[in-house]
Design a protein around this ligand. Structure first.
Ligand code: ZN
Ligand code: ZN
Length: 424
């Protein structure tokens, strides 16, 4: 499915439909700076890839980051929420304070061997979510903007977050006073995705669906009642089409995730079987759902609550609960609209506004930063199908097209510089 989505995107005329835009002097300067350190960035990424550290253990990674930020002459704060590091670049001119988040941890994995030549030296640990690349891009932006400080306005914060994979790092940084150290007006982050290299995709509001465990407790073990309640739980699914799998609409140009009439815009979708578990005299039913947004979630909640009024079932229903499984990541509507417009001006060929919300339970605790500060999370393509490089997070074959590093430094360095020029 992912391969055909990628091919669809590559073959789609929209990628090639628009004319090239000449770079602005600032954009050109950032491009030049990033190309001067191209080889160092690739070496840095490979070094991080060879020395991956799992959530909460990012000692070496954190030390590498601190050293590079200190070498740049930035104000550096270490040990923020564990192995978190913050670098601050101040210019002499007024302007917005723009923050960039990179997550720095790797995954514990016994999956098959890394296809890359620069393999992990830490047995059972690998960067299969691309955080080595995220870290490198953030350091590349910090380097390029520092060299161009005299031409810039505002203040820049580079936030290196540990422990994203177990969704504890963002909270730890906030609890440790991150927002006393920095006062961002806007907060940005990116994640590698299987789109073609250089594609930058996002949308206002939810990017990943709300993912919930739905739990219904019944005061009976009667199979007929259990089946009737299961049937009610099945009605929460509002899409007829298969969202993933063989007959998926995912890459359909009209109904798919980038389509004009995307079925991924508004939905409730059951992601698993409904399991029944006996507990004393009770039966507990549970399953997992994706909900595109608050409205879909509250519709489903109301529907389940109606079971309490159901004449045959109500006496057996003890409770219906929606338990959170992950944080809900919501892009700020105005900031995201402004960021998309800024990117579309200079990078029309790469910028893609998504129409749908990804089902399937993925999220990112960057969500907690977006709860406090307006901002945007971007998906960045790092896939080259012809070279068999597929940036599918957590997949054993996960690899990144390293061209994405230089491109991202240019694109997001420019975005940060441009956004910082607006008054606070
Ligand atoms: Zn991950
Ligand atoms: Zn990740």
């Amino acid at each position: 499915m992912i391969r055909s989505l990628i091919l669809f995107l590559i073959c789609s005329s929209w990628i090639y439909a628009q004319d090239m835009v000449s770079p602005t002097p600032l954009q050109q300067a950032i491009k030049t700076e990033s190309s001067l350190i191209k080889d160092q960035l690739i070496s840095l990424r490979r070094d991080l890839h060879q020395h991956p550290e799992i959530a909460g253990n990012e000692k070496r990674t954190s030390a590498v980051i601190s050293k590079l930020l200190n070498d740049l002459g930035l104000e550096v704060h270490e040990a923020v929420g564990g192995y978190g590091v913050v670098g601050i670049l101040k210019t002499d001119k007024p302007g917005k304070h723009i923050a960039w988040r990179a997550d720095i941890d790797a995954l514990s994995t016994n999956l098959e061997e890394d296809p890359a030549d620069f393999k992990s030296v830490n047995k059972g640990v690998r960067h299969i979510c691309g955080h080595d690349v995220h870290t490198t891009i953030a350091l590349g932006i910090a380097h390029s903007l520092t060299q161009l400080k005299a031409q810039l306005s505002g203040t820049y914060y580079f936030v290196f977050q540990p422990a994203e994979e177990n969704i504890t790092g963002a909270k730890a940084m906030l609890d440790d006073g991150l927002l006393d150290l920095i006062q961002p007006d806007e907060f940005f982050a990116l994640h590698m995705t299987p789109f073609p290299t250089g594609i930058v995709a996002t949308k206002p509001g939810e990017l990943y669906a709300h993912y919930k465990k739905v739990v219904v407790r019944l005061d009976t073990q009667d199979p007929k009642i259990i089946d009737a309640v299961k049937e009610q739980m099945r009605t929460l699914t509002t899409v007829k089409d298969t969202m993933f799998g063989k007959d998926s609409s995912f890459e359909d140009p009209i109904k798919g995730i980038v389509g004009t009439e995307s079925i991924y815009q508004k939905y409730s979708f059951r992601e698993s079987d409904i399991w029944a578990q006996q507990e004393g005299e009770q039966t507990i039913l549970h399953t997992y759902y994706s909900f595109s947004d608050d409205a879909a979630l509250s519709d489903a909640g109301l529907q389940l609550q109606n079971l309490f009024d159901h004449e045959e079932l109500s006496t057996y229903i003890k409770s219906c609960d929606f338990e959170p499984v992950s944080y809900v990541l919501k892009n700020h509507p105005e900031t995201t609209r402004a960021a998309l417009e800024t990117l579309q001006q200079q990078f029309p060929q790469q910028t893609l506004e998504l129409s749908g919300v990804f089902p399937g339970g993925r999220s990112d605790d960057f969500a907690l930063f977006l709860d406090k500060v307006p901002g945007t999370y971007f998906f960045v393509g790092a896939t080259d199908v012809e070279k068999n490089i597929i940036a599918m997070p957590h997949a054993p074959f996960f690899q990144v097209d390293e061209k994405v590093i230089g491109q991202s430094v240019e694109i997001f360095g420019w975005l940060m510089a441009k956004r910082a020029r607006s008054p606070r």
